[in-house]
Design a protein around this ligand. Structure first.
Ligand code: C2E
Ligand code: MG
Ligand code: MG
Ligand code: MG
Length: 283
């Protein structure tokens, strides 16, 4: 009887377990195939000077063009790519695409600006991002200053020697380092100073609180004064309204990015933005 019950239980749980596993495996398979078939493209979102509105950089944001489901946003596949290690291949793909695109814009005679690339922690710990960047930049005969790297606070937390060495090597290449989503992780001040990070991109949660309360404004002001003492430039992410922009100007935040200035756009729309150069009129 015990055996029968055990068997019954086994039969009950088995299909559910494998349904879950199957789903995950098929999602992983789909992502793997998409990487092999190169179904990814990049959108670009400008980052501008807070006072002049002049474009300082474009952030490359990956999208998956799925033949059946249409455009899939990164939040729907980057986490799986990170869990499965597929981010290593995808990350290399993004680096190559950015460099090829910059070379193309340059060949067209456009007034190019640097492009920032988002890099996941696992790319630093399991591949040589510094070498991948140096290779791609050389292959496309670009100036190193045309590439910037966005890393999260968790990339800098560990004491992993190889990660720190890569960050130092990237910096030595003349590639700017920006800390993405600043304020949501646990980076410590000494790390920020030691790694010679160039700028903090303050997470949009803080920008959203700017006009909501006195505390929100005070918090942003505190981040700004800390960053400026450390010699770091500050970018406000997620600026959605003119009111937020005005407060950020009053607080002397260096650069802004967000839907109010420009949404991320397909590569085909970038030349028009570059020609325009200033994305809002000065006061
Ligand atoms: P992120 O690097 O913090 O990028 C900012 C995200 O906020 C982008 O979402 C952007 O479209 C969105 N955003 C920009 N301005 C506004 C605004 O004013 N309001 C609101 N509500 N959102 C705004 P997206 O493109 O969906 O990317 C999401 C995340 O996926 C990125 O966050 C980044 O962490 C990751 N990601 C994107 N591309 C790559 C990539 O090539 N490699 C890696 N490793 N991660 C990537
Ligand atoms: Mg980013
Ligand atoms: Mg961010
Ligand atoms: Mg963010």
């Amino acid at each position: 009887a015990a055996k029968a019950a055990g068997k019954g239980r086994y039969e009950y749980y088995q299909p559910r377990l494998s349904a879950n596993l199957m789903d995950r495996l098929s999602r992983e398979q789909a992502l793997r195939r998409a990487i092999d078939k190169d179904e990814f493209l990049l959108h670009y979102q400008p980052r501008v000077d807070t006072f002049s509105g002049e474009i300082r950089s474009m952030e490359a944001l990956v999208r998956w063009m799925n033949p059946e489901k249409g455009m899939i946003p990164p939040n729907d596949f980057i986490p799986l790519a990170e869990e499965t290690g597929l981010i290593l291949k995808l990350g290399q793909l993004v680096i190559d695409k950015v460099c090829a695109q910059l070379a193309e814009w340059q060949a067209q005679g456009l007034p190019v600006v640097p492009v920032s690339i988002n890099v996941s922690p696992r790319q630093f710990s399991e591949s040589s991002v510094d070498r991948q960047l140096a290779d791609a930049v050389n292959r496309h005969q670009l100036d190193h200053s045309l590439i910037e790297v966005e890393l999260t606070e968790s990339c800098m937390m560990g004491e992993e020697v190889s990660v720190n060495a890569q960050l130092a090597a990237i910096e030595a290449l003349g590639i700017k380092l920006l800390v993405d989503d600043f304020g949501t992780g646990y980076s410590c001040l000494s790390q920020l100073q030691r790694l010679e990070v160039d700028a903090l991109k303050v997470d949009r949660a803080f920008t959203a609180r700017l006009c909501a309360s006195r505390e929100g404004e005070a918090l942003f002001m505190a981040i700004l004064s800390m960053a400026h003492v450390l010699g770091l430039s500050v970018v406000a992410e997620g600026v959605e309204t003119v009111e937020e922009l005005r407060v950020l100007q009053a607080l002397s935040c260096n650069e802004v990015q967000g839907y109010f200035i420009s949404r991320p756009v397909p590569a085909a729309n970038v030349p028009a933005l570059l020609e325009k150069r200033f994305l809002f009129p000065t006061l």
